[in-house]
Design a binder for this molecule. Structure first.
Ligand code: SF4
Length: 78
């Protein structure tokens, strides 16, 4: 039996680059909350939250559109 589940990616936030504009929190509201200054806060309180398969297109948009190039998608073995 094969599984249709793809391995979850993880979202890495480079805090030395992020300036809290909050775009990623708008694209991934179920993964990222935002603090009072607009900085993303992973809702599951892990430093690199997992990205379910159905949210991977939105996560890729967030990586591409982040104005500070602060986001990276990590694969399970990264
Ligand atoms: S989109 Fe980029 S700069 Fe904006 S809050 Fe998210 S990680 Fe930070």
């Amino acid at each position: 039996m094969t599984s249709s589940r793809r391995p979850a990616l993880r979202l890495h936030i480079d805090w030395t680059r992020c300036d809290g504009r909050g775009l990623c929190t708008e694209l991934l509201p179920s993964v990222l909350d935002r603090d009072d200054w607009g900085y993303p806060l992973p809702r599951n309180h892990t430093p690199e939250p997992g990205i379910p398969a159905q949210l991977q297109p939105d996560a890729r948009d967030a990586v591409r559109l982040c104005p500070r190039l602060a986001l990276t998608l990590l694969h399970p073995n990264d």
